[in-house]
Write a protein that binds this ligand. Structure first.
Ligand SMILES: *[C@@H]1O[C@H](CO)[C@@H](O)[C@H](O)[C@H]1NC(C)=O
Ligand SMILES: *[C@@H]1O[C@H](CO)[C@@H](O)[C@H](O)[C@H]1NC(C)=O
Ligand SMILES: *[C@@H]1O[C@H](CO)[C@@H](O)[C@H](O)[C@H]1NC(C)=O
Length: 558
């Protein structure tokens, strides 16, 4: 019955959508890549505006003043990543009026009778979000992911989702292979869950806390540490990095000096949600759940026919970064990805120094090379498997590979404070040159904090990248982006795809126009048929290695 309620509304909503699509065609300027750009383009529009600053108060996060340019950039980035206004949560919260994937549907649009799809066309899919009572939602802000794929062909491509701010969304896909292609739409979070996540980033940026052990002679104490440390009676030690200004604080141990701090580690996650709010993060109900099609979910793509112009979406101009075909990633950003094997990887790495900085998702590359290359041997530095730093050497081919985790915040097993290094400072210690490759990634440990923390970290890293390339322009810089992951309630509350997606946009904007290369882990994970995973599985890593090696050795390949 309730499902029907939403279905009945379909005709009306198709009409509404057509009207909206027309309105969009009329109003929208060119170069529309994302909703956020659209907001910026037309802020006088009668459509609802995104959240401006409802949540932008950070009581106990200290933000040191920035230079006028950096402050301006921070403002623009915050604006461009502003999420659409999401519903205020009534108290007591009832799920009834929140977005429900089971009542929501998608339908392939522009699919008029006899329509034939051909390679190079763009496919549009209309997504209609309904609540648990089957009533169409009237506001936007739901987090959706879309993918077009064909498991048999090992083919897949990520779609771009446009939020019309009225419960209707469009996903746009590029058609890149011949044969059948199936649409998959996933509700990652209902908009109401975003309201919760936004509130948490202000009220509980310390919901993951960290520990440090202090030692002096035979005495030792452990205190809590964080970027944003709540003021209490207890004095604090200020470990703000003098070179970068990166903030870090610990409660001062009693009768001990701040200099006595010897380790850093992750403490715990402090769960502090109301019971009803927890229901917004249920992976059986409304977290990363597929939305079904109200018609066919498949199309057949024909080869490109002579003289026929391709159908382009009016909503999305920029295409995907690449796509899979037969399990192999093909880039569409102008670069060519070659396939590499053990022999050609070794040839490519010959004589090179490779620095990897970041979280465990860049460590996967270090592990992959160690496993695959027979002559590359890890030197035992007696460090924790999940921490590092690690060094691997291939004497025969003169290859040096080093991995080091990024500075705090980092959720990690206990590590000596002497190993806590910020990427920017490490980059300053590199001579650089044509044999030097730097691969870094920094995203997964920032999901509990206001975006300012991440923006400032990237500004510091970018300054160091610019300095490095000024003194050694041939230094190759490769940045791995974040990726969607399996979501449990704890992961969602501390490292949600919603946060990662925005961090991804900040990262790209930050390095735009610089001589750096990206491994688009976001799309490479989204487009692949394997389940989302914080640590993508070997078939995806192998493709990422192909991308990396292709930047290093554009002519080679296996
Ligand atoms: C913005 O939208 C309004 C209608 O809501 C329209 O009149 C105006 O021309 C649009 N501006 C731009 C820059 O598209
Ligand atoms: C921490 O130290 C830094 C640099 O030494 C200083 O700029 C900052 O104001 C200090 N922060 C607090 C909260 O004391
Ligand atoms: C610190 O020193 C004071 C006074 O010397 C003492 O009363 C207190 O117990 C000490 N605290 C710790 C944790 O050692």
């Amino acid at each position: 019955m309730k499902v029907r309620a939403c279905h009945k509304a379909e005709i009306k909503y198709t009409a509404l959508f057509l009207f909206l699509a027309l309105a969009v065609l009329i109003f929208v300027l060119h170069n529309i890549e994302t909703l956020e750009v659209w907001y910026k383009v037309n802020s006088s529009s009668s459509l609802p505006k995104p959240t401006t600053n409802r949540h932008r108060r950070h009581e106990f996060c200290t933000f040191e003043p920035l230079s006028p340019e950096d402050a301006q950039e921070e403002r623009l980035l915050l604006e461009s990543t502003a999420w659409p206004e999401t519903p205020l949560l009534p108290s007591p919260l009832s799920l009834e009026e929140t977005s429900d994937p089971a009542h929501s549907t998608f339908i392939i649009t522009l699919g008029k009778e006899g329509r034939q799809w051909q390679i190079g066309d763009q496919l549009e899919v209309t997504i209609k979000i309904c609540d648990f009572q089957g009533r169409p939602k009237k506001t936007g802000g739901d987090v959706l992911l879309a993918r077009l794929h064909n498991v048999g062909l090992g083919a897949g491509v990520a779609g771009k989702v446009v939020d019309h701010l009225n419960g209707i969304y469009t996903a746009v896909f590029s058609l890149l292979w011949e044969g059948s292609a199936q649409v998959e739409v996933t509700l990652v979070h209902p908009s109401e869950a975003v309201t919760v996540l936004q509130r948490l980033s202000v009220e509980q940026p310390d919901r993951i806390y960290f520990n440090s052990v202090f030692r002096s002679g035979h005495r030792s104490q452990t205190t809590a540490c964080n970027v944003c440390l709540r003021p209490t009676q207890q004095p604090q030690c200020n470990y703000t990095d003098v070179r970068t200004g990166e903030p870090w604080f610990c409660y001062k141990p009693q009768n001990m000096s701040c200099n006595a701090r010897i380790t850093h580690s992750m403490g715990q996650f402090k769960q502090n949600l109301k019971a009803e709010e927890e229901k917004l993060f249920d992976s059986r109900v409304n977290m990363k759940v597929h939305i079904r099609a109200s018609g066919p979910a498949d199309i057949t793509v024909l080869p490109k026919m002579e003289g026929q112009p391709n159908v382009e979406s009016s909503l999305v101009k920029s295409g995907p970064a690449g796509y899979y075909y037969q399990g192999v990633w093909h880039a569409l950003d102008g670069s060519t990805v070659h396939e590499f094997n053990t022999v050609t990887i070794t040839q490519c790495l010959k004589g090179k120094v490779v620095y990897m900085f970041g979280d465990s998702t860049v460590r996967q590359f270090f592990e992959y090379l160690n496993t695959e290359l027979p002559d590359l041997k890890e030197f035992d530095l007696h460090n924790e498997r999940k921490a590092g730093p690690f060094i691997s050497l291939d004497y025969k081919n003169n290859i040096f590979v080093k991995y080091r985790f990024h500075g705090p915040p980092i959720r990690i097993v206990p590590v000596p404070t002497s190993e806590l290094r910020y990427i920017a400072n490490e980059l300053d210690g590199i001579t650089g040159g044509s044999n030097t490759v730097v691969i870094f990634c920094i995203w997964a440990h920032f999901g509990t904090f206001p975006m300012e923390i991440y923006i400032r970290r990237l500004q510091n890293i970018r300054r160091a990248v610019v300095r490095l390339q000024d003194r050694a322009p041939d230094t190759l810089i490769i940045i791995r982006t974040g990726n969607p992951k399996e979501l449990t309630p704890i992961v969602a509350l501390t490292n949600s795809d919603w946060h990662s997606y925005q961090a991804d946009k900040v990262l790209r904007a930050m390095f735009k126009g610089l001589n750096v290369n990206f491994v688009n882990a976001w799309e490479m994970t989204l487009a692949h048929h394997l389940p989302h995973d914080l640590h993508p599985k070997p078939p995806i890593i192998k493709n990422m290695i192909n991308v990396i090696m292709s930047y290093m050795c554009p002519q080679k390949g296996g």
